[in-house]
Design a binder for this molecule. Structure first.
Ligand SMILES: [Mg+2]
Length: 397
């Protein structure tokens, strides 16, 4: 089998990859919906993979893997890797999880990072209200993640948020600095209010940064110890940070019992090595659509497991094809797996485009693993055509 074309269409903001072969089998991959600008970057890889046998996934990846980087520049390579597995699975007549080592679980736990309700303010009552609505959501979430601190609008909305100047309109998460005592106390009150709503049946995780200083990160992690949170995410480095700072994380992680989590922006296993070997965090959360793909994520999960670290992959914007990829790989992960971040259909009409997903997708906080070949999902051509731009009209030809 040979690859004859690599195509990309931007559908509702998400670049979707389609790899075509000379045997009539094609494969799909998806890039985060926030990265519509990556289409030219995806097509850049086409000459590197043409005429290769897509079922030799690793051999193809060796041609392009080094031509990627931290978020957002690893996304194109990652989506191509997903599409290769899709083809390899279809060619073998088995679901991708079989090719990744086989199923460890029949249903995968997900966590809520994407089902959101409008908040009217930033008081503890506002956070309690939004938690109550997420708790009542039909998906039956068993874990909910909430953004606070530097990962939220708090820096620009709370007066005297920190001792630093608030950066507006620059790169995402441009704010860093020492918090005022009032801010720290306010954040802790908001978390206490959320826990009161969730009780001890639904786990609470917090997406915090990046942007925290070490003293504040330690104060927060210590103060929240009695609340038994699932994790504090990206306190030091994180989303759109092209470096890791494992030693700084280690200082925070060693200081308190609250689990520390990071990894969504990191590209390739090599860049997790220091975090894992130094036990710099407790939980790792790479995104298959940024880290280099499914096999890359699986390798990192196994290596983390050998070091006693837990695993909770990122995925909120990976779309429904990305969701299928997450289900396939997470079915194969070792017992250090907690849950992956459930990608919501955004815009909602994406649900009409993708065939093959369970209905409803999430039941009691889990997704059942399906057994169709490849990723097991297809784009409905008739339903998708109206959403293709003029330049993407030939996507399905
Ligand atoms: Mg995050």
């Amino acid at each position: 089998m040979k690859i004859t074309d690599l195509r990309c269409a931007v559908i509702g903001g998400s670049p979707v990859v389609r790899i075509i072969t000379d045997e009539g089998i094609d494969g799909l991959g998806q890039v985060e919906l926030t990265k519509s600008y990556l289409k030219p970057h995806i097509l850049f890889y086409k000459p590197y993979i043409l005429d290769e046998d897509p079922t030799n996934v690793e051999r193809v990846m060796l041609r392009i893997r080094r031509l990627g980087s931290f978020k957002p520049w690893g996304a194109a390579v990652s989506a191509i890797e997903m599409a290769l597995w899709d083809i390899a699975g279809k060619a073998a007549g088995v679901p991708v999880y079989k090719l990744l080592g086989g199923k460890v679980r029949d249903k995968v736990r997900i966590y809520n990072g994407g089902v959101r309700f409008e908040m009217t303010g930033l008081t503890p009552e506002d956070y309690a209200d939004t938690m109550a609505r997420m708790k009542a959501a039909p998906e039956g979430f068993t874990i909910i993640k909430q953004a606070i601190g530097f990962h939220s609008i708090m820096p620009s909305q709370l007066p005297n948020f920190s001792y630093s100047e608030v950066v507006k309109g620059g790169a995402q998460y441009g704010n860093r600095g020492l918090l005022t005592e009032r801010t720290l106390k306010h954040i802790i009150s908001c978390v206490e209010a959320m826990k009161l709503v969730l009780g001890d049946q639904i786990g609470l995780a917090l997406d915090c940064g990046p942007g925290w200083t070490v003293p504040d990160a330690i104060r927060l992690a210590k103060a929240l110890e009695p609340l038994n949170l699932l994790w504090l995410e990206d306190l030091i480095t994180g989303d759109y940070t092209p470096y890791v700072l494992a030693d700084v994380y280690r200082e925070v992680t060693r200081s308190a019992a609250t689990p520390i989590h990071t990894g969504e922006q990191i590209y390739l296993r090599q860049n997790f090595k220091e975090l894992i070997e130094k036990h710099a965090v407790n939980i790792l959360g790479p995104d298959p659509a940024d880290v280099g793909g499914l096999a890359e994520l699986k390798w990192i999960a196994e290596y983390a497991d050998l070091h006693g670290l837990l695993f909770a992959p990122h995925g909120v914007f990976d779309g429904l094809i990305g969701l299928a990829a997450l289900v396939q790989v997470c079915a194969t992960l070792p017992y250090n797996y907690i849950a992956f971040e459930y990608p919501i259909a955004k815009p909602e009409w994406w649900t009409d485009l993708v065939a093959g997903l369970p209905d409803p997708i999430v039941k009691d906080g889990f997704i059942e693993v399906w057994d169709r070949p490849g990723l097991g999902v297809e784009l409905n051509v008739d339903a998708t055509m109206p959403y293709l731009s003029e330049e993407d009209k030939g996507f399905f030809e």
